[in-house]
Each structure stands twice: as C-alpha cells, then as structure tokens.
Write a protein that binds this ligand. Structure first.
Ligand SMILES: C[S@@+](CC[C@H](N)C(=O)[O-])C[C@H]1O[C@@H](n2cnc3c(N)ncnc32)[C@H](O)[C@@H]1O
Length: 281
C-alpha cells in the first residue's frame, strides 16, 4: 500500500527534523511576527478548541493555549517525531495542561468530527501531496461555523531569506532540483489563485487571502545570520552534508551577500506571506 506524503515524512523525520529543532529559537524569531498576525486574524476566544496543523516545535500551540485559557484546548498535529518530541518536552517542562500533540498526517488523520472551533497553521500546510484531500479532511474536524486561518509564503522572489540565500548557496552546493512549483514544499502556495482553487474545491467558503509583508531581523550579526540561514530552506540538508571547506565557502559568500542588508539592529530581510482565512459553511 502506498504511504501518502512519504517523501515529506522521510524529510521531516530524518536530518531535517534535527536541524529544525536545533534552530528552533531562530526560527521562532523569524516566523513569529507572521504567525502573530495570522493569530490576530483568527481571533481565538476563551474556551475554544483549536487545531494547529504542522505545529512543529509547538510555539504557536503555546501562544494559542494562552488565548483559549484553561477551559480551552489546543491540539498540535505534526508528522515529525523529533520535532514533536521537542514540543512535548517544552509542554511538560512548562506544565501546560491545555495542549495535546498528535503524531499523524493531517491529510488523512481520522479527526473526531465537529470537534474544533478553529484551525490554525503557521507555515505547516504547504507539504501535502493532495492539498484538496487534506483541506477536505481537516474541514470535517470543525464545528458547524468553524473557521480556518493559516499563513504561508507568497512569492519566492519577494522573500529575501530564500531568494538571496539559495542563489549564493547554489554556487557551492547541489540544491534539490527545482520541482514543479506546486509540488509539496515551502513555496507550494505562492500562487494566490492556486490557494483559492484548493479551498473552493475542498468546500470552504468566505475565502479571504491577504498579502502580509514585514521586514524582520534574521540575525544581529552577519555571522549569526549566515550560520542560521545556511541551515534553512532547500540548502539545509546539502549544507549539513558538505565538507568543512565547502561550508566555510558558503558561509563567507552568504556573509558578503547579507552585508548589503546590515542595519544597526542586524541583518534585515523582506518577508512576504499570504494570510488565508475561510469558513467551513
Ligand atoms: C515549515 S515547518 C513549520 C512548523 C511550525 N508550524 C512553525 O511555524 O514553526 C512545517 C511543519 O509541518 C509538518 N508537516 C509537514 N507535512 C505534514 C502533514 N502532512 N501533516 C502534519 N504535519 C506536517 C512538518 O513536520 C513541520 O514540522
């Protein structure tokens, strides 16, 4: 029997999972402002039950858990064991009672029907082989008037973190071949009309897609910025697998490139995302 999303399961459970955990602090600083804006739009209320798709190390689940309070509940779902282990340890050490985590694939996990008031995701819904099936599946878990809000990357060329970094890194590393732009991956949803088509076909209504841009500091020094982004995006695994000499060349070329973006606060990049909202009826 074919396992769905097998490539992504291998990817997030093997080297990438450990790299993601090791960068957790930096990732949270980078994605935080974009996720916070999406949470503002979702407007979680006290007592609500919220499903956090592709919850990663659990930082958004924690933010949501504060907003729904003790009478509410947040369920984080993710396919990655190493990443969820980290999320669970954090939850335990902070003694948070209103979060639970499920290791499962959101595309076909049998959620309890009519269970959640809202679904949220920060960059966790662009990795489905069959996005229409996935958005149909998660929809069943919502109560009658349930709502969805997620943030995903918009155009690659408007996102300095990936655009500049992969141009530099491709001179030294063999990056994964550029697949069909709509294949599972961080930029699968860069096309506004494609997102709309998926949600309409999956039966969602009241679909709103807004562009949200921010300038965000990705490191307070050139060294920290290059050290961080050399291990993000498509170059992360090729970089980890490279020899020391190649790594040094990549980092030094990244630093040179990033120096043009250095401000008194650190290296500042432009980020461009879509914040997508919809209702299930
Ligand atoms: C880019 S990371 C974002 C993580 C987290 N939401 C954050 O903002 O830090 C994408 C996450 O989605 C998870 N993921 C990918 N495909 C998934 C699927 N089919 N079902 C559930 N989680 C998935 C990955 O394991 C990974 O943790």
């Amino acid at each position: 029997m074919k396992i769905i999303n097998q490539e992504q399961k291998e990817f997030w459970n093997e080297k990438k999972g450990d790299i993601w955990v090791s960068l957790e602090h930096n990732i949270d600083k980078m994605l935080g402002p974009l996720g916070d804006q999406a949470i503002k739009i979702l407007k979680p209320k006290l007592g609500e039950k919220i499903l956090d798709i592709g919850c990663g190390t659990g930082s958004t689940s924690q933010t949501l858990s504060k907003l729904v309070g003790e009478s509410g509940l947040v369920t984080g779902i993710d396919i990655s064991k190493p990443i969820l282990n980290f999320a669970e340890k954090e939850r335990e050490s902070k003694k948070i009672k209103n979060i639970n985590f499920i290791k499962a694939d959101a595309q076909n996990h049998q959620f309890s029907n009519l269970n959640y008031d809202a679904i949220f995701s920060r960059f966790g819904v662009m990795f489905f082989e069959d996005p229409i099936a996935a958005f149909k599946n998660i929809k069943k878990s919502l109560v009658g008037n349930g709502r969805l809000t997620f943030v995903c990357w918009s155009k690659r060329e408007e996102n300095d973190w990936i655009n500049l970094s992969s141009n530099v890194a491709s001179q030294f590393l063999e990056l994964p071949p550029k697949a069909n732009p709509k294949d599972p991956g961080p930029f699968a949803f860069e096309d506004y009309f494609y997102i709309k088509e998926i949600l309409i076909k999956a039966g969602w209504s009241n679909i709103k897609i807004q562009s949200y841009n921010e300038n965000i500091i990705i490191g307070d020094t050139l060294d920290r910025a290059a050290d961080f982004l050399s291990r993000m995006g498509p170059m992360s695994v090729p970089f980890e697998n490279a020899n020391e000499q190649t790594k040094e060349k990549v980092v030094s070329a990244l630093k040179e490139c990033y120096s043009k973006y250095f401000t008194p606060k650190g290296v500042e990049f432009h980020f461009s995302s879509w914040i997508v909202s919809a209702l299930n009826n």
